[in-house]
Write a protein that binds this ligand. Structure first.
Ligand code: MSS
Length: 368
């Protein structure tokens, strides 16, 4: 089989590392498994990209401090520009940013949409003002509000109903506790492609809830009517279209996967071998990770290596095993501090969201 020629990087992300990326389309770029290397933090050059609408023009980052966000649904609603926000508080959170569809390509029945394997995720360090500080400065959330709703700053293509395409997401109010309005990613101003000048960061919540180029943050009585919330990103039974009665894609669950040895690394030499990967708890902190070399019949405790960057980050793990020649199915499973085990099987759903199944993520290797 002759491999298809690798697609070039789209112009707006030409600064990415071409050796680390799989270009699915101009709005979906995945990190190669082999690029999840030694660093616990995913460098910007290697971080995946997902855009539902074309990214805004680069002119919005010409004067970053001038970017304005409207705060609504608080006692004293008002606008702030980025310069003002920078004086209101500062917090740093390391967090797994993971697309809701990460692992979609591994579901047994292939859901439509980008067939991500494991690389629509990264561990990213965000800095910005805690949303709770902004809210406190405005007298608190207005009475009775139930959701925190963020609106992206993209231009709506002409002739389209804004509700049908706009990126506007609602999350439960409690998500405000750890949320940030962030202007830095991995210690540098957030690149346009990742939501600069200002991005809503909702730790523990799936990628789509982390609204880029945020222009409005509102506390609301109801979830937004935007299609991306109302019918999109819903856990709908296979064959059914998304519907507000189906659960929204919000909190992430415990998950892990093996990065090395990868099946595409060729055959693995017999003898002592290191099985390496990443694990995270999603909404909860991670407690432990286990590895199986017999397809899940038995499990061994893996060892964490590298730093612990906190509740919402991932951790690198390693297990050294002696492998005799033969074929193996290797798998990993994460366990969070509440004792929740990474699921063996994930609920199939129309959108192919939230695949945390360790079985679907198991790898077949040949040892010679
Ligand atoms: N935001 C906005 N504004 N827009 C868009 O499109 N997307 C989502 C988020 N946010 C968007 C937003 C998604 S969907 C995701 S994943 C993310 O983002 C990504 O990120 P990055 O930075 O990586 O690209 Mo799925 O769940």
């Amino acid at each position: 089989v002759v491999p298809a020629a690798a697609k070039p990087l789209p112009a707006y992300v030409a600064w990415k590392d071409p050796t680390a990326m799989i270009v699915h389309t101009s709005s979906t770029l995945e990190t190669k498994r082999s690029a999840f290397g030694t660093s616990v933090i995913t460098p910007a050059e290697q971080l995946y990209i997902r855009n539902n609408l074309p990214a805004p023009d680069a002119s919005i980052i010409a004067d970053r401090d001038a970017w304005e966000v409207q705060i609504e649904g608080v006692k004293n609603p008002r606008n702030f520009n980025l310069k003002q926000l920078k004086g209101m508080g500062l917090e740093t959170t390391a967090m797994v940013l993971q697309c809701s569809g990460n692992g979609r390509g591994l579901f047994p029945t292939k859901a439509s949409g980008t067939a991500w394997a494991v690389g629509a995720a990264g561990c990213v360090v965000w800095s910005g003002v805690p949303v709770r500080d902004v809210v406190a400065a405005l007298g608190g959330v207005a009475d009775g509000m139930v959701y925190m709703t963020g609106t992206g700053g993209e231009k709506i293509p002409e002739g389209l109903d804004p509700k049908s395409v706009m990126v506007e997401r609602s999350v439960p109010l409690k998500a405000m506790g750890d949320a940030l309005l962030a202007w830095e990613m991995n210690g540098a101003p957030i690149p346009l492609a990742h939501g600069g000048p200002l991005r809503l960061i909702v730790p523990g919540y799936a990628g789509v809830n982390n609204v880029k180029y945020i222009k409005r943050l509102a506390f609301t009585l109801a979830q937004t009517e935007a299609a991306i919330q109302k019918t999109g990103y819903r856990l709908s039974p296979p064959g059914q279209k998304g519907d507000p009665s189906h659960p929204a894609v919000w909190e992430m669950a415990a998950k892990s996967w093996i990065n090395s040895p990868a099946p595409d690394a060729g055959v693995v030499p017999a003898g002592m071998s290191l099985i390496k990967g990443v694990a995270f708890g999603g909404m909860q902190a991670l407690k432990a990770v286990e590895v199986s070399i017999d397809g899940g019949a038995s499990w061994l405790a893996a060892k964490f290596v590298g730093p612990d960057l906190g509740r919402y980050a991932w951790r690198q793990f390693v297990l050294s095993v002696k492998l005799a020649p033969g074929n193996y199915t290797i798998a990993s499973r994460a366990i969070d501090v509440l004792g929740n085990l990474q699921s063996e099987v994930s609920m199939e759903n129309t959108g192919g969201y939230n695949n945390t199944s360790w079985r679907d993520h198991a790898l077949k290797i040949s040892v010679v």
